[in-house]
Design a protein around this ligand. Structure first.
Ligand SMILES: NC(=O)C1=CN([C@@H]2O[C@H](COP(=O)(O)OP(=O)(O)OC[C@H]3O[C@@H](n4cnc5c(N)ncnc54)[C@H](OP(=O)(O)O)[C@@H]3O)[C@@H](O)[C@H]2O)C=CC1
Ligand SMILES: O=C1OC[C@@H](O)[C@H](O)[C@H]1O
Length: 404
């Protein structure tokens, strides 16, 4: 469902969020939760933050709620286990590094909580399957937080393709690359080796962090719209260049869908940029079809404009700005995925039609295959699919810290 829904249908359904981790994206997501849904013309759902947890300390949770100008009533926890035990929490937002997603999401599901988990859902496909099995067995909602799928822009593009407006889509090329080169141009990037973007202990690397977005465009245009019985996992051919930390720095993934004679090309890098001049001169995404193509402007994760180009001429430019709540002077676009979670919870749906479990799994399989082909090997303790409530990934003991 897009924005602009539910006007005049009575009291909005309010969802009570528990926030797991207090880093950068948790801050952005929570600021979106705190915006007034009416500022995006949403009338049927609302959000409230009832608890925040930090694995570092209660003080960090307190600073977080202050920083985001969040509700003083929110409970503050110094452990993820305390958060998932809170009876007032309807859904847990997991905002930890990739390495932690499986254990943290399991912690929440095992405690009977619904989960929205940041992308990439897990480090391995087996972990993703285990999360889905657990959610299904416990009758809980689970969704990978691929927020772009819930943008009105994405919905419009999926509708355009489904309506046949550009004919049959045969190829999608999508890129999300950040030029993070150091000024010395010595092949090193601005991230320290310990940073989650390049640190293998945190399942860093271009593909899991950025490449998941070009793959989202490949899948939402070439896979998602196919009839259920015709969906086929792609044949995956990948090339990977590894950074000095062993994580991938530049990765290209070819996805071939033989049944539909279509092909996706997803590229990602931390050494070159999709839009180096910052003027959206080249499209980040090209959805190429028999009667024309759709071009989507950078960045692939937060696009606000696309062009429909018909074979033989004719260009329509479609702007899809992200609404701001004037009272908070804020609007990032993550609220649409939160609205989707709220509607699923309200309606008793355990998975989203726009980001279904099976699709998160097939994308994880695709990324796993690409990383395998490129020789990227992550440490055992973050690739295991054996859940351990006492794993340091759940208790927050940092690498090298004394065992508790
Ligand atoms: N949707 C989007 O646009 C974006 C999504 N992301 C995704 O969000 C997730 C988090 O990224 P981001 O917020 O940038 O990361 P940050 O490093 O800023 O925050 C991660 C948080 O996780 C917690 N954490 C627990 N254990 C560790 C550990 N060993 N090392 C580091 N942090 C730990 C910490 O919170 P605490 O101390 O409170 O427990 C920390 O603040 C990733 O999955 C990333 O892919 C990131 C950016 C944008
Ligand atoms: O999900 C993301 O989107 C925005 C990027 O800046 C960030 O690195 C990535 O995690």
């Amino acid at each position: 469902m897009a924005s602009g829904t539910g006007a005049g249908t009575g009291t909005p359904h309010t969802v009570r969020w528990g926030i797991m981790a207090t880093g950068l994206i948790a801050e952005v997501f929570c600021r979106d939760l705190l915006t007034d849904p009416l500022s995006r013309n949403v009338h049927d759902v609302r959000h409230t933050i009832v608890a925040v947890s930090s694995s570092t300390s209660v003080d960090k949770a307190a600073s977080f709620i202050e920083k985001i100008d969040g509700p003083a009533s929110a409970k503050l926890y110094g452990s993820y286990a305390d958060l998932v035990a809170d009876a007032d929490v309807d859904i847990v937002y997991v905002a930890t590094p990739h390495s932690h997603h499986f254990q943290n999401a399991m912690l929440a599901l095992e405690a009977g909580k619904n989960v929205l988990c940041e992308k990439a859902l897990t480090v391995t496909a087996a972990q993703a399957r285990k999360l889905v099995e657990t959610a299904e067995a416990r009758n809980l909602f689970l969704m990978e937080a691929v927020w772009t799928r819930f943008f009105p822009l994405s919905i419009k593009i999926r509708e355009l393709i489904a309506s046949g407006e550009i004919g049959t889509v045969y190829r999608t090329m999508a890129d999300l690359s950040f030029n993070e080169n150091n000024e010395a141009d010595d092949g090193t990037v601005t991230f320290a080796d310990e940073h989650r973007m390049v640190n293998k202990d945190l399942a860093g690397g271009a593909l899991l962090d950025l490449g998941v977005y070009p793959l989202t465009w490949v899948f939402q245009t070439l896979y998602h719209l196919q009839p259920e019985e015709e969906k086929e996992p792609p044949t995956v051919v990948a090339a990977v260049n590894r950074y000095r930390t062993g994580a991938d720095e530049t990765t290209t993934v070819l996805c071939q869908f033989p049944r539909h004679r279509s092909m996706g090309v997803a590229t990602t890098s931390v050494l070159v940029g999709t839009d180096p001049g910052g003027n959206a001169a080249a499209p980040a995404i090209r959805i190429q079809a028999s009667k024309g193509e759709i071009q989507v402007a950078h960045p692939a994760f937060q696009p606000t404009e696309f062009r429909v180009i018909k074979k033989g001429g004719g260009v329509d430019v479609v702007a899809c700005p992200i609404p701001k709540d004037p009272k908070r002077n804020w609007g990032h676009g993550m609220f649409w995925e939160a609205d989707e979670c709220a509607r699923c919870l309200r309606d008793g749906r355990k998975q989203s039609d726009s980001m279904p479990w099976a699709e998160s799994i097939v994308i994880m399989e695709t990324m796993e295959s690409a990383l395998d082909q490129g020789g990227v090997v992550y440490p055992d303790h973050i690739t295991t699919d054996v859940y351990d409530a006492k794993s340091p990934l759940n208790t927050g003991r940092r690498e090298g810290a004394a065992a508790v």
